[in-house]
Write a protein that binds this ligand. Structure first.
Ligand SMILES: [Zn+2]
Length: 333
């Protein structure tokens, strides 16, 4: 399939968006002690290298540990953002790109100043804009489910403060503390603040967790009412929830290969059924990678996969890509 207007990528993490060779050099330039001495071993360390995927999301967090550690300096953040945007255009034909990252997971526990980290990201964005003027790119700052409310509040305030320079939205991700249900409703003041500050709101929820994940998703849809939801695939089990999502115009950011690799979706057959269910119920969605380098995919390949397995036809895929451009928070700037 050909997309003359370019592809739109709304869900990709900085920790999974930078090519291994750049990460390898960044690790060495900063003298980071690595558990491997060979580049190819490193490549396996920072990507989902087994085509059968990882056992669960915890295994994915173990990979993020390394990419976040390597990206934890102003220099590394600038180079990573710059590399991710250039890579998205060169190897994936992406022209609308939102890159998300948690600045507080890149300041070595407060050792580095948060504003320096964020401004370094903005410098990377500015440099990429000069080299690739065809790409409209923006940053999403992330809160974390393991953070205290105060830490998350600071992330939101930083996002609002730097919005005029390219921060377009906020998000939350990370493992659930103690594998207990996360209290999303407690985020409402933060989400309202972000919204008042003109930022877009997307929330990681409903990716896995069975009944618990389903409850979280329902709470997010009802209480937080974000513009978009990262994954949200558990909605497919509830016609009432799908109706609510469709009525509210909440866009799901679906990452097919990522969900297959983490076993959030069992197989291609289940993936196909998922998309047919969303189409039937009028649930709006976009297609994304979650991190092309870490997932060893390209956004173009995600479209080809969905076409090949009969999940979506060409017209539906074009509509999903068009929705990606229009549902981007970049349009608000
Ligand atoms: Zn994600």
């Amino acid at each position: 399939m050909d997309f003359p207007e370019g592809l739109a990528e709304l869900h990709t993490h900085l920790g999974g968006s930078v090519a291994s060779e750049i990460m390898w050099s960044l690790a060495h330039e900063q003298g980071i002690s690595l558990p491997v001495k060979d580049y190819w071993e490193f490549d396996r360390l920072v990507t989902v290298s087994d085509p059968r995927g990882v056992p669960d999301l915890d295994a994915l967090d173990a990979i993020y540990h390394w990419s976040e550690l390597i990206q934890s300096s102003p220099l590394a953040v600038e180079r990573s953002i710059h590399g991710a945007i250039g890579g998205a255009y060169r190897s994936q034909g992406i022209t609308t790109l939102e890159l998300r990252f948690n600045p507080m997971k890149r300041n070595r526990g407060g050792e580095r100043d948060l504003d320096h980290i964020i401004l370094a990201a903005i410098r990377g964005l500015d440099r990429a804009e000069l080299e690739y003027p065809q790409v409209h790119a923006g940053l999403i700052l992330m809160m974390d489910r393991t953070f205290t409310p105060e830490q998350n509040r600071i992330v939101i305030e930083k996002a609002i403060h730097w919005a005029p320079r390219g921060v377009v939205g906020v998000d939350i991700a990370g493992p659930r503390p103690g594998h207990r249900r996360y209290d999303y409703a407690a985020l409402l003041p933060m989400v309202q603040r972000a919204r008042e500050g003109g930022l877009g709101v997307t929330i990681h929820v409903g990716e896995e967790g069975g009944a618990l994940g389903g409850e979280e998703l329902a709470e997010v849809v009802t209480v937080l009412r974000p513009d978009r939801i990262g994954h949200g695939i558990l909605a497919a089990t509830s016609p009432a929830l799908m109706e609510q999502i469709a009525a509210a115009g909440i866009v799901l950011e679906i990452c097919p290969t990522s969900n297959l690799l983490t076993k959030a979706i069992a197989d291609e057959e289940a993936l196909c059924a998922l998309f047919r269910t969303f189409v039937e119920h009028g649930v709006p969605f976009t297609i994304a990678t979650d991190g092309p380098e870490m997932m060893r995919t390209r956004l173009r390949d995600e479209f080809e996969l969905l076409l090949r397995i009969g999940a979506l036809d060409e017209a539906e895929l074009r509509a999903a890509n068009a929705r990606g451009h229009s549902a981007s928070f970049l349009g608000r700037r």
